[in-house]
Write a protein that binds this ligand. Structure first.
Ligand code: HEC
Ligand code: HEC
Length: 241
């Protein structure tokens, strides 16, 4: 019950303007792959039924939607996401402040602070079971077309690997289990994530891969990529071209 009260007050704070703290947390050391492997050893052992209960009990659903598919452009969708990535991300918020350097992450560092690792795995198992998100209503079809080439071919001249090499041909995630699926993600969240990598404020990417690729991209390219990946969501609710 105490946990729930805390969540409620957090929701109220997040809804008001006072969510940001002027005190910057100290930057934490980066993940080393062996430590990450150890931390994720139980990521796939979660109980989705308990995850569903927690999703509602802790009001994750208030922002991320009834089953984890975001009802709003402001919050990322979690449906169909890889369990290892969700678990790693919750650990990033909770333990290390690797994602605590910008205002919108405030609520998540507090929410993740309420969870133990077995609850994180339960939530991750629940989201993974849900169907990938539908194309968000804010998706711009014209921009999506512009983003396709860079996403699938990269740009050799500028040392940009095709995003699809890691995130999968359909944005479904790929090479490693902690690489996030991007299909159907809200463009607003996608742009924010890329901007944070680019500015070096999000340091959760092992080996700095996303900080490196995002640096070479212009704002217009990031926007086009965001709409391209949003357009790979499932067809229900697709915007008219
Ligand atoms: C008040 C709204 C709010 C609530 C409640 C909330 N979240 Fe979030 N969540 C956000 C926002 C905003 C972000 C994006 C923050 C960022 O940019 O890092 C986010 C990000 C996430 C991410 C990372 C997504 C990604 O693609 O990297 C996960 C996982 C997540 N939330 C899980 C949860 C869980 C589990 C709960 C409940 C225990 C929860 N959230 C409750 C607003 C919320
Ligand atoms: C070498 C593999 C690799 C390549 C190439 C790559 N990514 Fe990533 N990407 C990752 C990994 C791993 C993460 C998770 C990092 C973390 O935990 O913060 C990630 C995270 C992201 C995120 C954040 C997702 C979220 O839910 O918060 C976005 C957006 C993204 N990548 C877009 C791109 C785009 C666009 C490109 C192409 C320009 C690209 N990536 C190329 C491996 C890659």
């Amino acid at each position: 019950m105490k946990q729930r009260l805390l969540v409620l007050s957090l929701l109220l704070i997040a809804g008001s303007a006072g969510a940001s703290s002027t005190e910057k947390p100290e930057a934490m050391p980066e993940w080393e792959s062996d430590k990450l492997e150890l931390a994720l050893a139980h990521a796939n052992t979660g109980n989705p039924v308990e995850g569903k209960r927690l999703h509602h009990y802790l009001y994750c659903s208030a922002c991320h939607g009834d089953n984890g598919e975001s009802p709003s452009r402001n919050w990322p969708s979690l449906t169909g996401q890889k369990p290892d990535y969700v678990m790693k991300t919750l650990l990033d918020y909770k333990q290390s402040m690797r994602r605590d350097h910008y205002r919108k992450a405030f609520v998540m560092t507090r929410m993740a602070g309420l969870l133990n690792e077995s609850q994180m795995a339960d939530l991750a198992a629940y989201y993974a079971q849900q169907p990938a998100p539908a194309i968000p209503p804010s998706t711009n079809v014209k921009l999506a077309k512009q983003g396709a080439k860079l996403a699938n071919r990269g740009d050799d001249k500028r040392g940009i690997t095709a995003c699809s090499a890691c995130h999968g041909e359909h944005g479904e995630s790929g090479v490693t289990p902690d690489t996030p699926a991007l299909a159907g993600q809200t463009p607003e969240y996608f742009i924010q994530a890329m901007t944070m990598y680019k500015q070096g404020m999000r340091t959760s990417d092992v080996g700095g891969v996303m900080r490196m690729y995002s640096k070479s991209l212009t704002e217009a390219e990031i926007k086009a990529l965001a709409h391209y990946y949003a357009s790979l969501g499932s067809k229900a609710g697709a915007p008219k071209p």
